[in-house]
Design a protein around this ligand. Sequence first.
Ligand SMILES: [Zn+2]
Length: 445
Amino acid sequence: MSETRAIKDYIRTIPDFPIPGVQFRDVTTLFSDPTGFRQAVDALANPFTEDRLTTVAAMDARGFILGGAVAYKLGLPFVPIRKKGKLPGGTIAEAYSLEYGEAIVEIHHDAFDPGARVLLVDDLLATGGTAVAGVKLIERLGGHIVAAAFVVNLPDLGGSARLRELGVEVLAVGEGVTNIAPGDRCSIEPYMNCGACFACRNGHGNCCENLNVIGVMVDGGLRERFLVRADKLHPSTKLTYDQLALVETLAIGCHATDRGAPQTGDHALIIGAGPIGLSTLEFTRLTGATVTVMDLVPSRLEFVKKTYGIDHTVVFKGDGSELEQMHEITDGGLYKVVTDATGNNRSMANALNYVAHTGTLVYVGITTDEISFAHPLMHRREMTLKGSRNAMPGDFTRIIGLIEDGTIDTNPWITHRTSFEAMIDNFDDYTKPETGVLKAIVELV
Ligand SMILES: [Zn+2]
C-alpha cells in the first residue's frame, strides 16, 4: 500500500490567528514537504488533463504557490488575482468581506481573452469571499469558470455552497484520501475486504474470509451513484472509460498467471478461451513462456491465433487426441504450468493429465461441483495445485501501466456495445457464449 500521508495531515492548525477565535489552517507545512506538496498539486491538476482548460488563475497569495505549480503541470498560462494596488497594468476590481476583515482584489483587464476556460485555484475554501470575488472578476472579463479547486474545503463555513449557487463546480481534495482527486477516471477494484481476517492481515485481501465483491455479493454498478472506498479506486489520466472498464477482467488473468508463475522457455497451457482464459493469455504471453490454448470451440481458437499470434492451439474432442498433440508440442514433457479457466469440474479434473512432472495446476475458473481424480495422477508428478481468486491491488496499477504503454490492447476485448436504454433487452444475449461476447460495454453518454 501507499505510504503517503493524507494531504490534510501535512496541514497544521494554529489557534487564534490572525485574531482570537480563528483556527488558522497553516498550509506552509504542506508546502515545505516535497511529497505533500506534489500530492496536493497533482490532486488539483489531475482532473484537468483533458483539453478542458485554457487558463489557470489563482488567488493572492497562497493560491499562487499552488496555482503556479498547477499551471506548470498542465502547461497552461497562469493568471494572478492580486490584492488591491499590486498589479502594474490596467485592472478591474472586486470588493469582498472576509471572516476577519474586508478587502479588494484585482485582475489585469487583459489577463486572458474572452471565452477562456479557467480553473480557479486557492489553498482553502472557507466563507468563499475571495473565491466568489475571483469568479466575478473572471466572468467580467468574459472567462468561463470550469471549476474552482482547493486543497482544503471547510463546507460548514458556506463557501462551497456559495460557489455552487453561482454554478461553479467545486473540487476539493478529499480528507484522508491521497490516491485520487475529484474528477479522476478510475478503475474499480471490486473486492471489498475486511482488513482484519487472517488473509487480510497477511496482505491477501483478494481472498478475505469476509469478502464482498461488488456486483456479486453486494449490488454492483447498475446504479446512478454509489460510494466506493478510495483505496479501491485506481486512477489513470490516460485511459478511456472503455479501457478502465476492462482492467478488472484483465486482473483475474494477471493474478492467475502470477499464481502459476511460468518462466521464459516453459510450456504453459491455458484451458478455456473465454474471457478468463484470454485474460490469463494476455499475461502468460508476457512471461516468455510458450503458450498452448485448448478449447472445445474451434472458432475461439481461431480468434486466439489471429489476435494473439499463438501458434499452439488444441481442440478438445474428448477422445484423448489432445494429449498426443500436447506431447508433440512439448517434446513429451507436457506443461510446467496448466491453468484451467473453464469452471467445468470435468475439465478441471482432466487438467491434471496435462501437467509436467513437478509442474503446477492453477484453477482460476470456479465450480460448485466436486472435482475427483486418481491420487497417483497428482502425487507421482509431485504436482502443485493452486487456486487463484480475484486479484491483488498492485495488479490494477500494473495493468493500467500495460494498457497505457500499449503492451495490452483492449480493443479485441470489446465485442458488443449497447446504450443504457437498450441494455435490458440485450442483456440475455450477452450471457450466451454463441453470440461471441467477450465484453459488452454499456455506453452512458
Ligand atoms: Zn478479510
